[in-house]
Design a protein around this ligand. Structure first.
Ligand code: PMP
Length: 397
């Protein structure tokens, strides 16, 4: 069968393959501790579920408006004012089926064949592939564990060409957990002022999972970039609502309108029930969200205390999100692997009963990503298994 050029070179997700393998082992009755989850392990808050139920009962079950209900758009506008002090009008907001769709809409609406998108590395796996599906070319900028994965302005500057359409900022970041500090954001803003043709896509999906400092959006330090910035966010991570598929974006009205065209010819508006639920999430009590963040902070410290004791692993304790990216390049040769053989290392960890994601999936060979969106006991047992494999004693399990 001949397939479109659009999907040539776009691999199936390594992460999904890992999750399938995990599920298969579990079906065979083999106990595996999972440190792979890219989603909260908490339930959706009760008042949010109740709001969806009310919407369903009162017959709010017809096609939704293309770019979102008025109630949800108002809630989103209110959220941007209270969290960032940024004011957007109704025409600057679009609601989508997950933040993923908002990003995809943006690329589909703006990229022509060969246009470039600059992506800091390590990156969330889907960014480069979404760019490729939209016929664009991902261009990577390295960031380093030793610099807490901050984005270097000079490297960014060098990565920009006349074909660059976007640079992507993801803070707190997946898989690094890094939060861009003000100095980094100012440096990025300076670079952007030199390249007027480049837009900024801020993926702020982990905004509310931040431990050390409140998350700053680049528009707070550089409001002059407002006509070039698209902020993407959603309820998946902050409100434990990954299955509701509800995200949104705020940006210049012409861009939002173009994104609406793509959405109109693909999915149409996001589910009415999820939109009603999202209004409750954004405007209702925030205790569950705050408590979840506290739990992630405690687990981050738990993970860090264990990792510190494992010889040969390097990491920087994440400032946000619920992942830690561990540098295994020193440890791998000691157990007979090459420095960049994280997939083989992950396979060994699997055999020892702990599942993690290989760094290769994020453009970080030699690393692994651990998720701490799981119970303390699982984290502790998983890390004991990790330590055992790193020490070359996997047979002792
Ligand atoms: N951005 C990042 C960085 C993510 O990690 C994820 C989910 N793994 C998403 C966006 C997509 O989130 P959703 O579509 O559920 O809003």
């Amino acid at each position: 069968m001949s397939l479109s050029r659009r999907i040539e070179g776009v691999g199936t997700s390594i992460i999904l393959a890992m999750l399938e393998k995990e599920a298969t082992l579990r079906e065979q009755g083999i106990e595996i501790i999972s440190l792979t989850a890219g989603e909260p392990d908490f339930p959706t808050p009760r008042h949010v579920v109740a709001a969806a139920r009310v919407a369903m009962d009162k017959g709010d079950t017809r096609y939704p408006p293309l770019t979102g209900t008025a109630a949800l758009k108002q809630a989103i506008i209110g959220k941007f004012i209270s969290d960032y002090g940024l004011e957007f009008g109704l025409r600057s907001i679009i609601v989508s089926t997950g933040s993923k769709q908002a990003i995809y809409n943006a690329f589909m609406a703006t990229l022509d064949q060969g246009d470039e998108v600059v992506i800091p590395k390590p990156y969330w796996t889907s960014y480069p592939d979404m760019v490729r599906v939209a016929a664009g070319v991902p261009i990577f900028v390295e960031t380093h564990v030793s610099q807490r994965f901050q984005l270097d302005a000079d490297l960014l500057n060098h990565a920009i060409s006349p074909r660059t359409k976007w640079i992507l900022l993801n803070s707190p970041g997946n898989p690094t957990g890094a939060i861009y500090n003000e100095e980094t954001l100012r440096g990025v803003a300076e670079v952007l002022r030199r390249h007027q043709h480049v837009r900024i896509l801020c993926d702020d999906i982990y905004e509310h999972i931040a431990f050390e400092q409140p998350v700053r959006n680049i528009l707070q330090v550089a409001p002059d970039l407002g006509d070039r910035c698209l902020i993407v966010n959603g309820v998946s991570k902050a409100y434990a609502m990954t299955g509701w598929r509800l995200g949104y974006a705020a940006g210049p009205p012409e861009l939002i309108q173009a994104m609406a065209v793509i959405q109109s010819q693909s999915t149409s508006g996001a589910s009415t029930l999820s939109q009603a639920a999202a209004v409750a999430a954004l405007t209702g009590p925030q205790e569950d969200r705050i408590a979840a963040c506290e739990a992630y902070r405690r687990r981050r410290d738990l993970v860090a205390s264990h990792l510190l004791r494992i010889h040969g692993l390097d990491f920087t304790p994440p400032d946000g999100a619920f992942y830690v990216l561990v540098d295994c390049r020193e440890a791998l040769p000691e157990i007979g692997l090459r420095k960049d053989e994280d997939p083989a290392f992950v396979a060994r960890l699997f055999e020892a009963g702990v599942a993690v994601i290989p760094g290769t999936a994020f453009g970080a060979p030699g690393f692994i990503r651990l998720s701490f969106a799981t119970a303390d006991a699982q984290i502790e047992r998983g890390l004991v298994r990790l330590a055992t494999v790193v020490a070359g004693r996997s047979d002792s399990l």
